[in-house]
Ligand binder design. Structure first.
Ligand SMILES: [Fe+2]
Ligand SMILES: [Fe+2]
Length: 143
């Protein structure tokens, strides 16, 4: 498996969790459970992706700028997650913040998949693509 497929699989998990979360209402066990899962999933993914994808891509002039951009977006996403955590689950603001997070994350995932993967594909060797996938998957398992 190549790094792109490994990342894409986890992006699908995030998309699904967010889709479910925006359908939840009030202070419900499902809202609590799926938000907790999403938070863990986003945090683990950002670390593994930075470590086994963006950092190696910072070696190349062609991919340093988009790598920085993506890492900055990870920070933005972290802040939105924090904002949701500080909001009462029973308040209507919770869903407003959750929808904003969904929008930001979807934008980020689409940018990675449709723009960044193509650029990275030209910079990484076939062997690197496989090795990074293994390292990324391993990190996701132990994290
Ligand atoms: Fe990312
Ligand atoms: Fe990602």
């Amino acid at each position: 498996m190549k790094i792109f497929e490994a990342i894409r699989q986890d992006h699908e998990k995030q998309r699904l969790l967010m889709k479910v979360l925006v359908e939840t209402s009030g202070e419900s066990p499902s809202r609590e459970k799926f938000f907790k899962e999403l938070k863990i999933e986003l945090a683990k993914h950002a670390i593994a992706e930075e470590r086994h994808f963006y950092i190696p891509l910072m070696d190349s002039d062609q991919t340093i700028e988009p790598s920085r951009h993506a890492i900055a977006e990870h920070h933005e996403i972290d802040e939105l997650v924090e904002k949701i955590e500080q909001t009462e689950m029973s308040s209507s603001a919770w869903l407003v913040h959750m929808k904003r997070l969904q929008e930001r994350v979807l934008h980020h995932l689409n940018e990675e998949e449709h723009e960044f993967f193509q650029q990275a594909g030209k910079v990484l060797t076939a062997q690197q693509k496989e090795q990074l996938a293994a390292a990324y998957k391993n990190e996701m398992l132990i994290a």
